[in-house]
Ligand binder design. Structure first.
Ligand code: WT7
Length: 633
C-alpha cells in the first residue's frame, strides 16, 4: 500500500475520497489478500444503522497480518516484547515465529471446541501470548473480547456474561510496576458467576503458585506447545465480527462495541501507514494496553498488517523510575512513539534528567491519543522528547471508530498544538448545533458528528442493536454522533474540546458517570450519588462523587476509603473517585433530574458562576454543598 507523501497529495486524496468513496476504498482494499473479491463496496444507512463494506468479500485478517509477509520478510522482527522489570531480557519474535505461535494457539483453541463465531474472553497481562491469542481467535473466526487486566472480577464477569464467552484465557499473574496483580484469583472469582464458560486457559507468566480447578482450568503451555504450526485460516465474510470491545457510555452498563473484519482491516493498515508515515525499517512503539482499542488497532493489527516491528511493553512509565520510557526508546532505537497525554504530564512533572540521560535521536514521530492534549504537555513533548525535530501527531478517535479519524499526517500536515488538525481521507466530520443543524464555515464550534460511513466504524453493540442506534445514530438524524464537542478554526482545523455527555475521561480511560454511580449506590448505607468530572493536573479529569448516606454521617476519611475500595471491587481501580463529598441532598430540578452543571462547577471550585438555580426543587442544597466542599475526603 502506497502512502501519502505530501500535503498536496493528502488534499487530492481527500477530495477523491469524498467524491467517490467507493472507488477510493476499493483501490486501497485491492492491496490486501482476499480469498474472494467483494461484490459491493458499500451499502449503508444510518437509520437502522446497517453498514456493509466489501459485501460478499471473503478473507482472513491473519493471512494479511502474517502469511502475506512470510514470502517477503519471514525473518523480520514482528514484535519486541519489553518486560516490566528492566533487568529481565526483552524478547523478539519474527514474522515466521509469530505465524507459528499463532497457528499453534489457534489449533489449541480448536481442540478445545472453539468454533467460528464463538466468543473468547482474554484477560491477560501485556505478554506475547496475548498477541498470539488475539490473532489465534481471528485465525479460526472466533470473536475475541479483550478485557483490560485492571478491571475487577465483577467487571470481567459482566463482560463474559454479556457476550456468553465460552473460553477465558488468563494468566497466573503479573507485575504492573511494583504491584503484583493476582489475575488468576480475580478470574476465579469472576468464573463463579459465568455459566457460559467451559474452560479457562491459564498462561504461566509470573510463575506464582495458583490453584487449578479440575475439569475447568487448563495450562496454556500444555494445550499449545504440542500443536502443529500450521492452521488453515478460516474463511470469513468481510462483515463477520472480528472482535468485541467493551466501553463505557453516559448511561447503563458498558456496551460491547462490535467491529467487523474487512473494513477494520483496511482502515487499520491505511491509517497506521499514513498517520505515522511508517517506513520499512521503523521500530514502532505504542505504549497503550491491548485491553483498549488503541492496543488492538495500533499495537497488534495496524502494525502487523503493515509488516512493521511493533513494541509490546508490559510495564508502566514510572517503574522503576520515570526514565523507563526513554530508556526503552534508546535501547530499542524506537522511531515512532505513541502515548497518552496523561503519561506525558506525569513525566513532565519529574526531573528533566530522567529524559536527558538518554539518547533519543532515533525518534522521528511522536503521537498522542486518548484525551485532549493541553498546550503545556504538547510543547514539553515536542521540545524535550522530540527535540523540536520530530513530527507530533495528536490523533483523535474512539473505540467505536476503530481507527484514527482526525490527525495530522506525520511530517506532512503542519501541526497546531492542541489541534487534531484534519480528517483522514474518507472521513467526513461535521459540527452540529443542539438542534442538529450542520454548522457550516470556519471559526465555529459544535458537537462532532460523522456524516458518511468509513470502513472501520462500529457495526452494532453486542446483543442489543437498538442500543447502538440509540446511542450513536439517534441524537442527530443520519449522522454518527461522537459525544465530543469540537471547534473548527479559520483554516478548517479541528480541535476536540472534550465530551459533551456524561462520560469522564480519566487518564485517557473512558468512564461513564452512571456506571460509577451505580457502583457507589450498591455500597451499604449509600442512598444516592452523583458523579462528575473535574480538571486534574495529571489525569486530565478526576472523578468527584457526591453521596447521600443514611443517617447523619459526615464526611470522613474512613468512609471515603471504604467507598473507594468498593469501587475497586465493583469496577476496577481506574474508576476510583478522587474526591468524595457527603451531602444531605443533590441539586435537582422539579422533575427530579440532577443538575450536573452545578455539581461540575462546585467540583471545579468555580462557585461564583453557578448560574440559575431558581429552577431547583430545593436551592438551599447548593449552599450546603459549597460550604462543605472543604471537608472532601
Ligand atoms: C474518547 C474516546 C481511541 C483512542 C483512545 C480512547 C477522547 C481520544 C483524543 C484526542 C481529544 C480525544 C474523546 C473520545 N479522545 N483521543 N486526540 N483529543 N480527545 O478511546 O476510550 O473510546 O475514548 O477519548 O473524548 O470521544 P475511547
Amino acid at each position: 500500500m502506497k502512502k501519502i507523501d505530501s500535503f498536496e497529495e493528502y488534499q487530492e486524496q481527500y477530495e477523491k475520497s469524498i467524491e467517490n468513496p467507493e472507488q477510493f476504498w476499493s483501490d486501497i482494499a485491492d492491496t490486501f489478500n482476499w480469498k474472494k473479491k467483494w461484490e459491493k463496496i458499500l451499502d449503508w444507512n444510518f437509520s437502522e444503522p446497517n453498514v456493509n463494506w466489501f459485501k460478499g468479500g471473503k478473507l482472513n485478517i491473519t493471512e494479511n497480518c502474517l502469511d502475506r509477509h512470510l514470502k517477503t520478510q519471514p525473518n523480520k522482527t514482528a514484535i519486541i516484547w519489553e518486560p516490566n522489570n528492566p533487568n529481565d531480557a526483552h524478547k523478539t519474535v519474527t514474522y515466521k515465529e509469530l505465524h507459528e505461535e499463532v497457528n499453534k494457539t489457534a489449533n489449541a483453541l480448536k481442540n478445545l471446541g472453539v468454533n467460528k463465531g464463538d466468543r473468547v474472553c482474554l484477560y491477560m497481562p501485556m505478554s506475547l501470548e496475548l498477541s498470539y491469542t488475539v490473532l489465534a481467535c481471528a485465525r479460526i473466526g472466533a470473536i475475541h473480547s479483550v478485557v483490560f487486566a485492571g478491571f475487577s472480577a465483577k467487571s470481567l464477569a459482566d463482560r463474559i456474561n454479556d457476550a456468553s464467552c465460552e473460553l477465558l484465557i488468563t494468566a497466573d499473574g503479573f507485575y504492573r510496576g511494583k504491584k503484583y496483580i493476582d489475575l488468576k484469583q480475580i478470574a476465579d472469582e469472576a468464573l463463579e458467576i459465568t455459566p457460559s464458560i467451559k474452560h479457562s486457559l491459564i498462561l504461566k507468566h509470573s510463575n506464582m503458585d495458583v490453584t487449578m480447578k479440575q475439569g475447568r482450568d487448563l495450562w496454556f503451555h500444555e494445550q499449545v506447545n504440542y500443536q502443529s504450526t500450521e492452521c488453515e485460516a478460516t474463511t470469513m465474510d468481510a462483515e463477520d465480527p472480528l472482535f468485541i470491545l467493551y466501553t463505557s457510555g453516559s448511561t447503563g452498563t458498558p456496551k460491547g462495541v462490535v467491529h467487523s473484519t474487512g473494513g477494520y482491516m483496511v482502515y487499520a493498515e491505511y491509517s497506521f501507514r499514513n498517520v505515522f508515515q511508517y517506513e520499512e525499517n521503523d521500530i514502532y512503539w505504542c505504549t497503550a494496553d491491548i485491553g483498549w482499542i488503541t492496543g488492538h488497532t495500533y499495537i497488534v493489527y495496524g502494525p502487523l498488517l503493515a509488516g512493521a516491528t511493533t513494541v509490546l511493553f508490559e510495564g508502566t512509565p514510572t517503574y522503576p523510575n520515570p526514565g523507563r520510557f526513554w530508556e526503552i526508546v534508546e535501547k530499542l532505537k524506537v522511531n515512532t512513539f505513541y502515548t497518552a497525554p496523561t503519561a506525558i504530564r506525569a513525566l513532565q512533572a519529574c526531573e528533566i534528567e530522567n529524559v536527558t540521560r538518554y539518547n533519543l535521536s532515533s525518534l522521528k514521530t511522536l503521537g498522542s491519543v486518548g484525551e485532549p492534549i493541553n498546550e503545556e504537555a504538547w510543547q514539553w513533548y515536542y521540545k524535550h522528547i522530540g527535540k523540536e525535530k520530530c513530527a507530533l501527531v495528536d490523533t483523535w478517535w474512539q473505540t467505536e471508530t476503530g481507527g484514527i479519524m482526525i490527525s495530522p499526517l506525520a511530517g506532512i500536515t503542519k501541526e497546531k498544538p492542541t489541534f487534531a488538525t484534519y480528517p483522514l481521507p474518507g472521513i467526513q466530520p461535521v459540527l452540529v448545533d443542539e438542534k442538529g443543524n450542520i454548522i457550516e464555515g470556519n471559526n465555529v464550534e459544535g458537537n462532532l458528528c460523522i456524516k458518511f460511513p468509513w470502513p472501520s466504524m462500529i457495526r452494532t453493540t453486542w446483543g442489543d442493536h437498538e442500543r447502538c442506534k440509540n446511542t450513536y445514530f439517534s441524537t442527530y438524524k443520519n449522522m454518527y454522533f461522537t459525544g465530543d464537542g469540537c471547534k473548527r478554526d479559520e483554516n478548517g482545523m479541528y480541535r476536540i474540546t472534550g465530551r459533551v455527555d456524561d462520560v469522564i475521561n480519566v487518564s485517557g480511560h473512558r468512564i461513564g458517570t452512571a456506571e460509577v454511580e451505580n457502583a457507589i449506590n450498591s455500597f451499604e448505607g449509600v442512598v444516592e450519588s452523583a458523579v462528575v468530572g473535574y480538571p486534574h493536573d495529571i489525569k486530565g479529569q478526576g472523578i468527584y462523587a457526591y453521596i447521600i448516606c443514611e443517617g447523619n454521617i459526615e464526611n470522613n476519611e474512613t468512609l471515603s476509603q471504604l467507598v473507594r475500595k468498593h469501587i475497586t471491587t465493583e469496577i476496577g481501580a481506574l474508576a476510583k473517585p478522587d474526591k468524595i463529598q457527603v451531602v444531605s441532598g443533590l441539586p435537582k430540578t422539579r422533575s427530579g433530574k440532577i443538575m450536573r452543571r452545578i455539581l461540575r462547577k462546585v467540583a471545579e471550585g468555580n462557585f461564583d458562576s453557578l448560574g440559575d438555580t431558581s429552577t431547583l426543587l430545593d436551592p438551599s442544597v447548593v449552599n450546603e454543598i459549597v460550604e462543605k466542599r472543604d471537608l472532601v475526603g
